[in-house]
Write a protein that binds this ligand. Structure first.
Ligand code: AMW
Length: 166
């Protein structure tokens, strides 16, 4: 697997920790909380309404698996699962993505502040390279998360690759 498209971004294989027939999951360069990851359809469509039924089913079953895994891995006890669908809803990357955010007691003084953070964390002025995590840090987290899923990565046709992680 080389790179995967995420809207205007090209995501290195080292940041991807799960790939299914129609979806993939990646670590976040600017997580709002520890374990804040993203799940996307492989087909780079902009809006939720653009997904075909099989893509929708795969995206949501993958989100459920990912959410369950990161909640445990990051010692959380709840989850915020969110889609910002369109610019007025805060979407900056024009490729459908589900935010999965592990939640813990007391992580925000006001619980719903997480939505304010989600809205502003990657906006102008906030989303500067100096605030991004390093590729090494992201690759390390993706490697840990990959280990939670008991299967090799797949190519887009659902065939297993001989050496999936390059
Ligand atoms: W949106 O505001 O479009 O709902 O969320 C975009 C998300 O994608 C943000 O959490 C942002 O930090 C993340 N992001 C953007 N570009 C990349 C990238 N190249 N690698 C990892 N995460 C990214």
């Amino acid at each position: 697997m080389a790179t995967l498209r995420f809207g205007q971004h090209m995501i290195k294989a080292s940041a991807v920790f799960l790939r299914t027939e129609l979806s993939f999951a990646l670590v976040n360069r600017k997580p709002v909380v520890p374990g804040h990851v993203l799940v996307c359809p492989l087909r780079p469509v902009e809006r939720f309404r653009d997904l075909q039924p099989n893509e929708l089913a795969d995206l949501f079953s993958t989100t459920q698996r990912v959410a369950n895994a990161v909640e445990k891995h990051f010692n959380a006890s709840s989850l915020t699962i969110a889609i910002q669908d369109g610019p007025e809803a805060g979407q900056t990357v024009k490729h459908v993505h589900v935010h999965v955010l592990p939640r813990r007691v007391g992580d925000f003084e006001r619980n719903d502040s997480i939505y304010d953070e989600l809205q502003k964390h990657d906006k102008e002025g906030e989303d500067v390279p100096s605030k991004w995590r390093s590729e090494e840090e992201m690759a390390k987290e993706a490697t840990e998360l990959r280990g939670l899923f008991n299967e090799p990565l797949q190519d887009t046709k659902g065939h297993q690759e001989e050496d999936p992680i390059k």
